[in-house]
Write a protein that binds this ligand. Structure first.
Ligand code: NAG
Ligand code: NAG
Length: 497
């Protein structure tokens, strides 16, 4: 008994001593609409978030918008000094499509858009920070929405034209590309539940058309880079997918199945076509939506089909697996008669929820469940043959306090689970990105939920920045390659964990 206790002690204390591997890369992230401002500056066109926030402010919790946001349009250069002092290897930012192409199509390029991103990229490189660029982080040019947005298959070709402009102008210096950020969120929010621009409420139809176009666009953009740019530019292209971990609500077979179906139909939806050996949508998804569609009287499945050529084009179209992860839900089958078909929710047919004793951030959906992160990483390893994973977002929301102990607790616990996934589970994870660099415009929640490691004073016309305690804690993690619960930066009060 005594020996057993010693052994358990040895194992647990060892887990706390794990360090990040020597080549592990750290960064912080932002997205164009959430931070840039300059919404109508120097030739930029309007995007769907400009239009939504201006025309329907009642949909935004504090009726705010991203017209100025953090004003990084005017502050990109000085912000690089905050990145440098933090010690990040890379900065993940996104291009604003309508700043580069004001009407969305590549026949008209805005020189000021090219200038702005050139200056940002050059300043990052001058300071030893790699630009990690997202092409699309939700701000679709409004003229493309007016022809139907992502559910219109033609938008895939227009995206590839845009990607071509980006590779051509910036690919000599940008070596890490993400095509899309969280397609499940912008397709679901934009065309099914109305929670993101363009805020349409759908019925289990537009959401799948959106995803279908996005997957085709991603595959085509990847193949374009592969054939035209990779040899000379030597970079890599991937995609960022998001998911909760979906834990079965009990060990009953129907709950275990509910957890698996939920992750397949929220995440496998995009991951399976790209990262599985076979390609295409997960079979459980194809079967379920075909069956539901048939009982609902549709002549064919509401889930569109890929051609064999498209399956091949999309399969393997990623040089790494970009993963955004924040939280966990428990799942059980949807009780009979719940939900209104047709809908994405009744297609999935499960009900997912938080345990009431889980800590929740300022965002009502953000429960702190670090063990779910590790389970998800292991699931990805097993499901997709241990791909190279880069955590492209992870973070916690509060109300903006500088002594942000709850954020520090979140980062420390989630990073410890990540270390266990690397050292105990053999997951191939090569980088981590904290969301977010700055407090910013949190979509429908406006400025009411803060994710930054830097506080931004949105009442100050100058949008002054103040590093929070978590900025210094993250800096210490980057410098020492380990989590240190005892580290308290100068001039901050010690946290009670
Ligand atoms: C840009 O928008 C602001 C309001 O946010 C307005 O005051 C200004 O006149 C606009 N500038 C241009 C060039 O249209
Ligand atoms: C991780 O993935 C990269 C890229 O595919 C590969 O080169 C490397 O060998 C993998 N590492 C491990 C430990 O599997």
């Amino acid at each position: 008994m005594k020996w057993l206790l010693v052994l358990i002690y040895a194992c647990t204390s060892y887990a706390e001593d794990y360090v990040f591997p020597p080549n592990f890369q750290f960064g912080v992230a932002t997205a164009s609409y959430q931070v840039e401002g300059g919404w109508n500056a120097s030739g930029k066109g309007e995007n769907i978030w400009d239009v939504l926030t201006h025309n329907r402010p009642e949909l935004i919790y504090d009726q705010s918008n991203g017209d100025i946001a953090c004003d990084t349009y005017n502050k990109a250069i000085t912000d690089v000094q905050l990145l440098k002092s933090l010690g990040v290897d890379f900065y993940r930012f996104s291009f604003s499509w309508s700043r580069i192409l004001p009407v969305g199509t590549s026949n008209k390029i805005n020189p000021d858009g090219i200038r702005y991103y050139n200056e940002l990229i050059d300043e990052l490189l001058k300071n030893g920070i790699k630009p990690f660029a997202t092409m699309f982080h939700w701000d679709l040019p409004q003229p493309l929405q007016e022809i139907g947005g992502w559910p219109n298959p033609v938008v895939a070709d227009l995206f590839v034209d845009y990607a071509n402009v980006l590779f051509e102008h910036f690919g000599d210096r940008v070596k890490d590309w993400i095509t899309f950020n969280e397609p499940a969120v912008f397709c679901g929010g934009g065309y099914e539940d109305g929670s993101k621009a363009p805020a349409y409420k759908g019925n289990g139809f537009g959401v799948y058309l959106c995803a279908h176009t996005v997957l085709r666009a991603h595959g085509k953009a990847y193949r374009l880079y592969e054939s035209k740019y990779k040899a000379s530019q030597g970079g890599r292209v991937g995609i960022t997918l998001d998911t909760y971990w979906f834990e079965p609500s009990s060990d009953k077979p129907e709950d275990i199945e509910a957890g698996e179906i939920t992750i397949q139909m929220n995440f496998g939806w995009f991951a399976h076509p790209i990262y599985s050996k076979e390609g295409d949508y997960p079979s459980v998804m194809k079967e379920r939506i075909a069956e539901k569609s048939s009982t609902e009287g549709f002549p064919r499945s509401r889930l569109p089909e890929f051609t064999p050529e498209e399956i091949e084009e999309i399969r393997g179209s990623s040089d790494f697996f970009g993963l955004n992860h924040y939280t966990t839900n428990k799942c059980t089958p949807l009780p009979a008669g719940w939900g209104i078909p047709p809908s994405q929710w009744t297609d999935i047919g499960t009900m997912c929820y938080y345990e009431t004793n889980w800590e929740i951030g300022a965002s009502s959906w953000l429960a702190v469940v670090p063990w779910g992160f590790r389970k998800l990483l292991v699931w990805i390893k097993n499901e997709y043959n241990n791909p190279e994973v880069i955590i492209t977002e992870n973070g916690f929301s509060d109300k903006g306090e500088l002594n942000d102990c709850r954020r520090i607790n979140y980062y420390n616990t989630y990073l410890e689970e990540l270390l266990k996934a690397i050292h105990e589970d053999g997951c191939n994870i090569s980088g981590y990105t904290a969301w977010s660099f700055l407090d910013n415009f949190e979509w429908m929640r406006g400025f009411t939920e803060k994710f930054g490691v830097i506080y931004v004073d949105f009442d100050d016309p100058d949008r002054s920045r103040t590093p929070k305690m978590s900025y210094y804690v993250y800096k210490n993690i980057l410098a020492t390659k380990r989590v240190d619960w005892k580290f308290t930066p100068d001039s901050f009060n010690e946290c009670e964990f």
